[in-house]
Design a binder for this molecule. Structure first.
Ligand SMILES: *[C@@H]1O[C@H](CO)[C@@H](O)[C@H](O)[C@H]1NC(C)=O
Ligand SMILES: *[C@@H]1O[C@H](CO)[C@@H](O)[C@H](O)[C@H]1NC(C)=O
Ligand SMILES: *[C@@H]1O[C@H](CO)[C@@H](O)[C@H](O)[C@H]1NC(C)=O
Ligand SMILES: *[C@@H]1O[C@H](CO)[C@@H](O)[C@H](O)[C@H]1NC(C)=O
Ligand SMILES: *[C@@H]1O[C@H](CO)[C@@H](O)[C@H](O)[C@H]1NC(C)=O
Ligand SMILES: CC(=O)N[C@H]1CO[C@H](CO)[C@@H](O)[C@@H]1O
Ligand SMILES: [Ca+2]
Ligand SMILES: [Ca+2]
Length: 584
């Protein structure tokens, strides 16, 4: 944080930039939305047990309003034994008691509606918990549930008469065989994740129907849509005529048969039936809106899939699909050493691949990834949030990115993520997702204001006394205030919402973005992703010699709002980012 920042006063003046009133008649509400993922376990604890909960979220909804969030999605809050922190659901129609009750969720939704924030829930369609009643019934082969999950007897072990060999060499995303034996049924069940997360059998129409019932149940409670988990894993290849599954080919990337990367997932990922399922879910939300009115209910889909597959999720000529097929390329393709042409390439590749009339989206982080500040370096936090806000379409943040939270080192003793616990003290750190899931940093008091309890479910970041909402609110030039200002521009400027978009690498280190709209302001973002001072000529981007005015600068910039620069020479420090507006 730049202490000089405190000298600048009168910061909150978005009005000078306003051209519309925030409502944009040419776009549906979600097409320019700013989406904020809350990890409920770590957001705010209302009762001192060290675990975040729904009442805590409700209490903090005004904060979302303050930072300009339009819609929040909550990671799973459903009843769960917590083997995978809520991604293992034992009752799809109820709330996990440590998070609250259905009434608490109703209150959360009602409060959010009052202040104009939309709420999405996480739909986890690929699997349930092994403690779900449907799995228990399937285990006992109860009528109607025999084929609810993927079962197979496996094969006799020629070396050991009392042992059975698994049906195929498929490996779980969390290590080890994706098949686990159950004595009760004398069969193996499939689990693409934890062994406590049996995969549903999507070739059973009753399963498809049940999932749609789940969607309608929560839509009726007033939510605005779903973020859908682990979509590429829904279907597995159809078994052959004897009911057997083929082995997956070796990838050559790993020598460890227990490692997920040991095989190429050609039979367990991105099967062609998956896109059709997404189209069917779209019909569920569209139909719900037709019957009940109100704003568009939206779908966000999680898939780390090849670009051509992601594009199919949008829809085809006759069917609509996901409103927001998550674009994770800012996570998977770029980092702190990426050059300006890499940024240009990653952004333009998505824009150019999109089918006509669809909306782009950009995800900076989530609960499965290292934090953006740790992936790119803390000095680039403002640069990245500013990039996210000026790109066309939907912007997706993970809670804490607005204040620059970093990964927190967690000891092996404190590690709880199953993906890490499945390894050992020498290897857990490389795969642990706990580091990005530590409690939210609200202030400089005990447990950073997250909890009054004596213990929090994961340790707090040690430097929360500096990095927290209250402290950053007080400094004009803080990550939080940069974020808020960028959000205001995005919300109130028609150019940010509807303007033409152009992005290019001005040189190896400088990215330039131009947004322009007829009869409205032109905005330019320039940013130095390199590590040395650069003198930049903007004519490649903005072919006018008009002076430009700084409307936002990153916390590490010597420029102030209102400063004027000449497009023939803009000087940029390492990791500095500016939003400029052409002076009329
Ligand atoms: C044979 O398989 C059973 C069941 O998996 C196991 O408990 C037993 O240890 C195995 N015996 C030998 C000799 O490996
Ligand atoms: C679009 O998807 C639907 C549903 O999956 C399918 O029946 C149809 O053939 C597809 N249309 C085209 C043009 O691919
Ligand atoms: C897809 O959605 C758009 C926007 O809501 C709508 O105009 C269009 O008719 C839909 N297409 C189909 C095939 O449902
Ligand atoms: C960082 O991103 C660049 C491309 O932008 C890539 O070449 C490099 O391998 C990445 N580094 C890491 C550590 O992921
Ligand atoms: C806070 O701590 C993290 C992890 O140790 C570190 O990476 C980061 O630079 C620290 N932030 C500040 C502002 O000191
Ligand atoms: C990004 C995300 O939500 N990933 C989830 C994918 O699914 C597995 C299993 O449900 C979860 O562990 C991940 O967190
Ligand atoms: Ca609690
Ligand atoms: Ca599956």
């Amino acid at each position: 944080m730049n202490l000089l920042g405190v000298l600048i006063v009168g910061f909150v003046a978005p009005c000078i930039l306003v051209s519309g009133a925030g409502e944009n008649p040419s776009k549906d509400w979600w097409e320019t939305a700013s989406i904020y993922q809350i990890y409920p376990r770590s957001f705010k604890d209302s009762n001192g047990d060290g675990i975040g909960d729904l009442k805590g979220i409700t209490q903090m909804l005004p904060y979302l309003k303050e930072i300009g969030v339009d819609v929040t999605w909550l990671s799973p809050i459903f009843k769960s034994p917590m083997a995978d922190f809520g991604y293992d659901i034992s009752d799809f129609f109820d709330i996990q008691p440590e998070y609250g009750t259905l009434k608490d969720l109703d209150d959360l939704i009602a409060t959010a509606k009052q202040i104009g924030i939309k709420v999405l829930l996480d739909l986890v369609p690929n699997h349930s918990s092994d403690e779900n009643e449907w799995f228990i019934k399937s285990l006992k082969k109860e009528r109607g549930y025999e084929d609810f999950y993927v079962w197979h007897p496996g094969y006799p072990d020629p070396k050991n008469a009392t042992n059975r060999l698994p049906p195929s060499n498929w490996v779980s995303d969390f290590r080890y065989s994706a098949w686990t034996w159950r004595e009760e049924r004398q069969e193996f069940y499939l689990h693409q994740f934890h062994r406590k997360q049996p995969d549903f059998n999507y070739r059973n129409p009753a399963v498809v129907q049940q999932m749609k019932n789940i969607m309608r149940f929560w839509l009726k409670r007033g939510i605005d849509g779903f973020r859908i988990d682990a979509v590429p894993f829904l279907f597995e290849v159809t078994p052959d005529k004897n009911g057997n599954y083929p082995n997956e080919p070796l990838s050559g990337e790993s020598n460890d048969p227990d490692d997920y990367n040991y095989v190429k997932h050609i039979y367990t990922l991105d099967q062609p039936e998956t896109t059709d399922m997404v189209y069917q879910w779209r019909q569920v939300v569209d139909e719900f809106q037709r019957e009940n009115g109100g704003d568009t209910r939206i779908l966000l889909t999680e898939a780390y899939s090849p670009l051509n597959v992601l594009m199919q999720y949008y829809g085809n000529g006759t069917h609509n699909g996901s409103h927001v097929p998550f674009n994770f390329h800012l996570i998977t393709e770029l980092n702190g050493t990426s050059k300006a042409p890499d940024f240009e390439n990653v952004v333009n590749t998505w824009i150019n691949a999109m089918p006509a009339g669809r909306t782009a989206n950009w995800v900076l982080g989530n609960h499965d990834q290292r934090r953006v500040a740790s992936r790119y370096g803390v000095e680039k936090i403002d640069l990245l949030n500013m990039l996210l806000m000026i790109l066309p379409g939907v912007a997706v943040n993970y809670n804490g990115e607005e204040i620059g939270m970093t990964d927190v080192w967690i000891s092996w003793q404190d590690t709880v993520d199953p993906q890490a616990c499945n390894t050992d003290p020498a290897h857990y750190n490389a795969v642990s997702r706990d580091v990005a899931r530590t409690p939210f940093q609200w202030n400089d008091e005990k447990n950073s204001g997250f909890s009054t309890g004596s213990h929090t479910w994961l340790p707090m970041a040690t430097n929360y006394t500096q990095i927290n909402v209250e402290t950053e609110r007080e400094y004009t030039r803080s990550h939080l205030n940069t974020y808020k200002r960028a959000k205001q521009l995005r919300r109130y400027s028609r150019t940010f919402q509807d303007g033409d978009f152009k992005m290019l690498a001005i040189n190896e280190n400088i990215i330039g973005i131009r947004r322009s709209l007829q009869n409205d302001n032109t905005f330019v973002m320039v940013a130095n992703v390199g590590s040395k001072l650069e003198r930049v000529n903007l004519l490649a981007l903005e072919d006018s010699l008009n002076l430009m005015e700084v409307v936002l600068s990153s916390d590490n910039s010597p420029r102030r709002i209102g400063d004027v620069v000449h497009p023939l020479e803009v000087i940029l420090l390492p990791s500095e980012a500016l939003y400029l507006r052409t002076r009329a």
